[in-house]
Design a protein around this ligand. Structure first.
Ligand code: ZN
Ligand code: ZN
Length: 440
């Protein structure tokens, strides 16, 4: 299969002399299989160049699958400038997670309303078929595509494509579920040593892959001031891909403030980090305009099958029990959750929480660890020993962010573990994802 990068920049297009090397266009990558099936990952401004390239080839009607990770600007801004969409006879399937408040075509049409753009979505000449994607393994043109939720303050999917005996993953935009990555008393560099269940799931998704294209917007120094913005550091991407036994890693979604010289340093540091972990993986920063050919070894590439999970955006109105002695936190959670369409019950201590679980049958619990009297761990322990049927999804909240709290939460049966303060979109996405996973 052939892989081409058409846009490697994150957040906003960054043209200019200092970004000529790695490119200034926003996210767009293309994979073409040996049989000619075409997959376009994201439609940032790089999609304009891809459109011109496809039309210049002029081999009859142009077809393809546009795989959107999510509908943040930098992933859809090139869609109205992707010229094959204007030409009758061309056929595209547009796949992606529906937005929490609107369908995929509604979101795409939004950026093409007359106040933003002169041509409306419905006026495009090509035949466009929309396909909502949720977690699971799908068959598109005989190619296996698995989708998995990423950790981002919007419902975002990562994709794993398997064809020609090779596997390629596209994982933008994604943030670590937890820092640090490893259990302190286990050997770093192994999937079994990963502390947070979300990061372990992310590693298992890319296990044994030939190629991983991963968000690496930040440096470890950048990250503390940019937490909850939904992006990774090159260090996290390298460590987790090395642990997963990936063969080739491309770092992408480059920060607009990182020029070519900076990214060359990042590339060297990331490659050195992989070597230090004992990994034979190659690590490069993705370059706009570059092309790679991959031949997989079908024996060495195990097929990945993702369990079909419910679509998190369709989880509708959930009844969420918020358990926290801090009134301000309950208020923040209530505002965020009701705005996202959920109903909220509040408990300020563990006894009330357990009573509400019995009497009100909530769909999900947000549980603070540090409460006077019965703490969150004890609430979780009692809840799990009482349960007979399907376990109640529980997101443990902590202000501490220490390893011991994370470890004990998962030991006691937490579904997810989230550090305070969180942002409203982040909370909405984690609640929906947590419910979708537990409903399968
Ligand atoms: Zn982005
Ligand atoms: Zn995004």
């Amino acid at each position: 299969m052939i892989l081409r990068f058409w846009g490697t920049r994150g957040s906003i297009a960054t043209p200019g002399p200092s970004t000529v090397g790695f490119g200034g266009n926003t996210s767009c990558a293309e994979v073409v299989t040996r049989d000619g099936a075409r997959f376009i990952f994201d439609c940032g401004t790089g999609a304009r160049l891809l459109g011109s390239y496809l039309l210049a080839q002029k081999k009859g009607p142009v077809t393809g699958n546009i795989m959107l990770t999510h509908t943040h600007w930098d992933h859809i801004q090139g869609f109205p400038f992707f010229s094959p969409l204007f030409i009758p006879g061309n056929v595209f399937r547009v796949c992606g997670p529906p937005g929490a408040h609107a369908s995929l075509p509604e979101v795409l049409a939004g950026q093409m309303e007359y106040i933003y753009f002169p041509v409306e979505l419905g006026q495009l000449g090509a035949k466009i078929v929309y396909q909502d994607m949720s977690e699971g393994t799908h068959d598109l043109e005989g190619v296996r595509i698995s989708a998995q939720l990423l950790n981002h303050p919007a419902i975002a999917l990562g994709y794993r494509l398997e064809a020609d005996g090779a596997s390629v993953l596209y994982l933008c935009d994604h943030e670590p579920y937890w820092e640090p990555l490893w259990h302190s008393d286990r050997e770093p560099g192994k999937i079994d040593s990963i502390l947070h269940e979300g990061d372990r799931r992310h590693a298992l998704f890319m296990q044994g892959a030939d190629v991983v294209i991963h968000d690496a917007q930040y440096t470890p120094d950048d990250y503390p001031s940019r937490k909850n913005w939904g992006h990774s550091t090159w260090s996290y991407a390298t460590k987790i891909a090395a642990a997963a036994g990936v063969r080739h890693l491309f770092l992408t979604h480059h920060d607009p403030t990182h020029d070519d010289a900076f990214l060359e340093d990042v590339e060297q540091a990331a490659q050195a980090a992989a070597v230090a972990l004992g990994s034979p993986m190659t690590v490069r920063c993705a370059r706009e305009g570059s092309e790679e050919a991959f031949e997989g070894d079908a024996v060495a590439t195990p097929g990945f099958t993702q369990v079909q999970h419910a679509d998190p955006s369709r989880s509708g109105a959930l009844l969420v029990l918020v358990v926290d002695d801090d009134e301000d936190l309950r208020l923040l959670a209530r505002k965020a959750l009701t705005k996202a369409g959920h109903r909220v019950l509040e408990a300020e201590n563990g006894d009330d929480a357990l009573r509400f679980v019995e009497s009100q049958k909530p769909d999900l619990m947000l549980l603070d660890v540090n409460m006077p009297g019965m703490d969150g761990f004890e609430v979780l322990r009692r809840l799990r020993t009482r349960e007979a049927g399907r376990p109640l999804p529980v997101i443990v909240l902590t202000a501490l962010g220490d390893e011991e709290s994370a470890r004990r939460s998962f030991e006691f049966g937490a579904t997810d573990f989230l550090i305070k303060p969180f942002t409203p979109p982040q909370l909405d996405v984690r609640v929906r994802a947590c419910f979708a996973h537990s409903a399968a």
